[in-house]
Design a protein around this ligand. Structure first.
Ligand code: PRP
Length: 210
C-alpha cells in the first residue's frame, strides 16, 4: 500500500489552519477545500485516464492534445459528512466524474461504524476507477473499500484522499488492501480512546458543519 504525503508548503499551510482550535467553520471548510484540491490533483497523476486528440487553435493551426477520457469517469465517493467538502473540489477538478454518496456513523463506545446511506450501485466493474474523499482515517472502520470490492471493484483502482491519517487505519488497510493508494497531508501519531486522531483536527464533521 502506498501512503503519499506531498512535501508542499501550501499543503502544510492549510493543514496548520485546519489543526488550529481557533479556526471557525467557514474557514475550516475553505481550508479543507484548498488542501483537498491539492491532494486530489496529486492523486490523479498517473490515475486519470486520458486520450490523444488534435485540436484546431484560433490561428488555424492543428495541435496535438491530451484530454481526459469521457468514457472513464472517476467514481467519486464522499464519506458523509466531512467528505462533502472534498467532494466539491473533486467535482471541480475532474472533467468527467460520477458521485456515489456514502454515510457512516460511529458508535462512540465501540467505535464500530455502520452505514446510514449507501448510494453505491449493486454491481461495479473491475475497470472502474474510484476516488474516496474522507478527511480522516482514524481506526479505518468507516472506510468503504470492503464494500467496493464486494461489489466487483478492485482495491488497486481506488485512490483515497484524506487530510490526516493515523497508524491504526493504515495498518488495517495495508493488511487487507496492499494495492491501495492514499494521499494525505500528514500521518499523525495516534488515535485516542475516543477514536480521535491525535494531534488531529478534532471532529471534522462538527468543525465543518457545526
Ligand atoms: C469521521 C471522519 C471519518 C471517520 C474516521 O467521521 O470523517 O469518516 O470519523 O473514523 P474511522 O477511521 O475510525 O472509521 P465522523 O464519524 O465524525 O462523521 P461526520 O463526518 O458525520 O461527523
Amino acid at each position: 500500500m502506498l501512503v503519499y504525503s506531498p512535501p508542499h508548503p501550501l499543503i502544510k499551510h492549510w493543514l496548520a489552519i485546519l489543526r488550529s482550535n481557533f479556526t471557525p467553520p467557514p474557514m475550516f471548510r475553505s481550508a479543507c477545500a484548498e488542501l483537498g484540491r491539492l491532494l486530489i490533483y496529486e492523486a490523479m497523476r498517473e490515475f486519470q485516464p486520458t486520450m490523444e486528440q488534435q485540436v484546431e487553435t484560433p490561428l488555424g493551426a492543428i495541435a496535438d492534445a491530451t484530454i481526459c477520457d469521457p468514457d472513464q469517469p472517476i467514481k467519486v465517493i464522499p464519506i458523509l459528512r466531512a467528505g462533502l467538502v472534498l467532494l466539491e473540489q473533486a467535482q471541480q477538478v475532474l472533467p468527467f466524474h460520477q458521485t456515489y454518496h456514502v454515510g457512516y456513523v460511529r458508535d462512540p463506545a465501540t467505535l464500530q461504524a455502520t452505514a446510514y446511506l449507501n448510494k453505491l450501485p449493486a454491481k461495479l466493474a473491475p475497470t472502474d476507477l474510484f476516488l474516496i474523499t474522507d478527511p480522516m482515517l482514524a481506526t479505518g472502520g468507516t472506510i468503504v473499500i470492503e464494500d467496493i470490492v464486494a461489489r466487483g471493484g478492485r482495491a488497486e483502482n481506488i485512490r483515497v484522499v484524506a487530510v490526516v491519517v493515523a497508524p491504526p487505519a493504515l495498518k488495517k488497510l495495508a493488511d487487507k488492501f496492499p494495492g491501495l493508494k492514499i494521499y494525505t497531508a500528514m500521518i499523525d501519531e495516534q488515535v485516542d480512546e475516543r477514536g480521535y486522531i491525535v494531534p488531529g483536527l478534532g471532529d471534522a464533521g462538527d468543525r465543518a458543519y457545526g
